[in-house]
Design a binder for this molecule. Structure first.
Ligand code: UDP
Length: 327
């Protein structure tokens, strides 16, 4: 069985990717420092604790497993925090990725599947965002991810690294079989916060900004189910194994939902109202981020199956109520 090094495999998306990799016949080796991940989410392959900035530890792990590819999820990912503490984002995301890419290149591991973000596009005033859109991030999180895309491209030219770059829109939902799900500490993402407010784990959801230039004044995002998202990663890995070369793909559905629409849908699915209050805008938030590309469908053959708001909220709600949160 081929080993795949999964950085951030103890995190939300990384753990779902490990499950999909195992089902696809790969051995996912999680490399994670457990700063934002959870050891009990590592269920589908070996665990190696380590930091992206620790080159000696990375060398050891590459030598021990000789992975045929890296799936690189490990990152700090909060837009708001990145505006307060940009240095953390540049050091962990950009600096850590540089260390990882150099270690991979030195070990002769030349395939990367990289989790980038629609935040690399920035705020483009309602234009359709496809892979050719100019990348003008407006927050340090997006800027650090764009820098990593550039690194992968440069190491492609110098060291033959081939990369599939996935620019995620908003990832939501949980494993429908209930083995893993989303748990951030602190939680900052909309759907888990809505569910917390619904079942009284927090007082109310604060809507960040009601004066955006959108039909109901709240921000619009394109939500994609985590299981559909990781399915695309398996297709991306196979794309590299088949020698098809470096390529960037958006992962979104092309449908945008406002914060208020997500709240309404969550109330419908759970049968409970969402306690909420209106607050000011959050620094770094774009008005509207909707994927306008069919490239992943046309070229990878990606077919999202569970990316309706109903499925995403229902799967997240089942996980939320299951009490399976990592301790
Ligand atoms: N949001 C909100 N209240 C919250 C958290 C998020 O109104 O407590 C909004 C946020 O401003 C954005 C959307 O929900 O418009 C999605 O935010 P999230 O943090 O989930 O993902 P992001 O788009 O920042 O990656």
């Amino acid at each position: 069985m081929d080993n795949i090094l999964v950085t951030g495999g103890a995190g939300y998306i990384g753990s779902h990717a490990c499950k999909a990799l195992r089902a696809a016949g790969f051995n996912p080796v999680t490399y994670d420092n457990l700063v934002t991940g959870w050891e009990d989410a590592v269920k589908f392959g070996p665990f190696e604790r380590g930091d992206l900035l620790d080159r000696a530890r990375l060398n050891e792990v590459f030598a021990a497993y000789r992975p045929v590819a890296v799936m690189h999820f490990a990152a700090l990912s909060q837009v708001g925090e990145s505006m307060q503490a940009p240095g953390k984002y540049w050091l962990n995301n950009a600096g850590g990725s540089l260390t990882l890419i150099e270690a991979a290149a030195a070990a002769g591991c030349q395939r990367f599947v990289f989790s980038s973000t629609c935040a690399t596009y920035g705020d483009q005033d309602n234009v359709v965002l496809d892979e050719q859109s100019v990348q003008l991030p407006i927050n340090a999180y997006g800027a650090s991810k764009r820098a990593i895309e550039d690194m992968l491209s440069d190491f492609g030219a110098s060291h033959g690294i081939e990369s599939v770059i996935f620019r995620y829109f908003n990832v939501a939902g949980a494993d429908p079989e209930g083995e893993i799900g989303e748990f951030h500490q602190p939680e900052t993402h909309l759907i888990p916060l809505i569910l917390d407010a619904i079942d009284g784990k927090r007082a109310a959801l604060t809507i960040f900004g009601t004066d955006y230039d959108t039909p109901d004044g709240t921000c619009i995002r394109d939500y994609v189910h985590v299981c559909d998202l990781v399915d695309a990663h398996i297709l991306g890995l196979n794309w590299l194994v088949d020698g098809k070369g470096s390529r960037a793909f958006n992962l979104g559905t092309g449908a945008g939902f406002s914060v208020r629409e997500v709240m309404e849908r969550a109330a419908m699915v759970t049968g409970k109202p969402v306690p909420c209050s209106e607050g000011p805008r959050r620094a770094g938030d774009c008005t509207k981020l909707v994927s306008g590309s069919k490239r992943a469908e046309d070229e990878l053959g990606w077919r999202p199956k569970r990316s309706t708001l109903e499925h995403m909220v229902a799967d997240a709600w089942r996980w939320h109520q299951s009490g399976h949160y990592a301790k």
